[in-house]
Design a protein around this ligand. Structure first.
Ligand SMILES: [Zn+2]
Length: 422
């Protein structure tokens, strides 16, 4: 039932191809899509630095016909993709802040959390999620491998700077006791050897403890053509069905599931030890609505075709602007922008610069794999380029009005799901 061998790259300083499903071990994985070779999304070289050799990695999506998991075809050493100087901070994104406040409101009510209850967040980043539980008066602990842990600790959010593992789980239980709630938002799909992670989570949970996971949703990804979320951090792309299957291998049962709006479409699931919670109808409803077997194969094939078309359409819109001598900038530099830019083939002769809001740690660096500089956004209001491509297109409705209010007069392009002027 468990894979005989799991692709593990930690400690290799390199990468390891996925030859069998990370969850069920099935070895006839089918290729969904190949985006070619890509740089790690956090490989951002300072502007003006002399160019030197950088690693690129194959980026393909594989489908397991046995357990329906969609997974990346390559596992890259976490030291390469989550370097200590990892420049991503959750607190910068309003949608995430709102979502985590809502996660706290929903879960504290549903689980009737007490003040003494311990809540542990895996991949806690700057502490944005867990700070809600702290404000609610609960005991908290964050686990975060990158230097962003320092930001959290400085904010008074107790954070343990480590890559999560079963050993770390044991240490947490020894020091703090079992957890009533373990959360993992957008990191549960990121850590290799998923079975060890689930074992670690289970080991931290009190007998009546609950695991809450938020992951990018495979079905939403397919529906809105979010191939740009395919990069080396994201090892697995879950449906409720494939996630429930994985957790059930470890005696955990999903008892509630729902869609949430983060990252352009995610799922939040609640799981507990088998038989300890009443299973809500939401679980069956969501699983029944997901494609399985042959229907999934067809769904994935049409996704591949549509991704190719969207690349060509975006390229042709950009070509049109450049033919007329137009200048183009990018709006925001999320990790997903790296996949889009490199897959579509944009470079510094096409995109003058990418804007980030003041305070972003990405300012002063180049977009991965290119010499496109990331600058503070005030530049575009002075400069008024003819066109701006919104790389955070999944929050276009939040961004576009702000850009207009701040005085941008050029055209705006949302590159996905269908490239269009907005
Ligand atoms: Zn599988």
């Amino acid at each position: 039932m468990f894979p005989k061998e799991v692709a593990r790259a930690a400690g290799t300083g390199a990468s390891v191809p996925v030859k069998a499903c990370q969850v069920c071990g099935h070895d006839r994985l089918e290729t969904v899509l190949s985006l070619g070779y890509m740089p790690p999304v956090n490989q951002m070289v300072p502007i003006g630095e002399v160019e030197c050799q950088q690693p690129w990695f194959p980026t393909s999506l594989l489908h397991c016909p046995k357990c329906e998991l969609v997974q990346l075809g390559l596992v890259v050493d976490p030291v390469i993709i989550f370097p200590p100087e990892y420049p991503y901070t959750t607190g910068m994104t309003r949608v995430l802040r709102d979502n985590f406040a809502e996660l706290y409101a929903e879960s504290s009510k549903m689980l009737s959390l007490g003040k003494a209850d311990l809540v542990v967040d895996i991949g806690s980043n700057d502490g944005t999620l867990i700070s809600n539980f702290q404000k609610g008066g609960h005991r908290i602990l964050g686990i975060e491998p990158t230097d962003v842990a320092n930001i959290a600790n400085q904010r008074g959010i107790d954070t343990f700077q480590r890559y999560f593992s079963t050993a770390v789980a044991r240490e947490v239980v020894q020091k703090h006791g079992p957890a009533k709630v373990v959360t993992a938002a957008n990191c549960f799909a990121h850590i290799e050897d998923v079975h060890a992670i689930v074992d670690g989570i289970r080991a931290m949970l009190a007998p009546d403890g609950v695991f809450i996971s938020e992951s990018h949703y495979l079905i939403g990804l397919l529906d809105t053509l979010q191939y740009d979320t395919v990069y080396h951090e994201h090892l697995r792309y879950y449906s409720v069905g494939s996630l429930a299957h994985l957790l059930s291998m470890h005696g955990l049962e999903v008892f509630h599931a729902r869609k949430i709006p983060t990252h352009g479409g995610s799922i939040r699931i609640y799981a507990a030890r088998k038989g300890t919670r009443t299973i809500q109808p939401s679980v069956k409803e969501m699983i029944d609505a997901e494609p399985h077997g042959e229907a999934m194969r067809k769904r994935l094939a049409s996704f591949r075709h549509d991704v190719m078309l969207s690349k060509l359409r975006l390229y042709s819109m950009i070509a049109d602007i450049k033919e007329k001598g137009g200048r183009i900038c990018g709006i925001s530099a999320p990790s997903r922008a790296s996949t889009l830019i490199n897959y579509v083939g944009l470079d510094s002769s096409i995109i003058d610069y990418v804007c980030e809001i003041e305070g972003s740690l990405k300012i002063g660096k180049c977009m991965p794999g290119t010499l496109i500089p990331v600058v503070e956004e005030s530049r575009m209001f002075e400069d008024q380029p003819d066109c701006a491509i919104i790389f955070s297109w999944h929050i276009t409705s939040e961004l576009a009005p702000k850009l207009r209010t701040k005085g941008y007069r050029g055209k705006l392009i949302a590159p996905l799901p269908t490239p269009q002027f907005i």
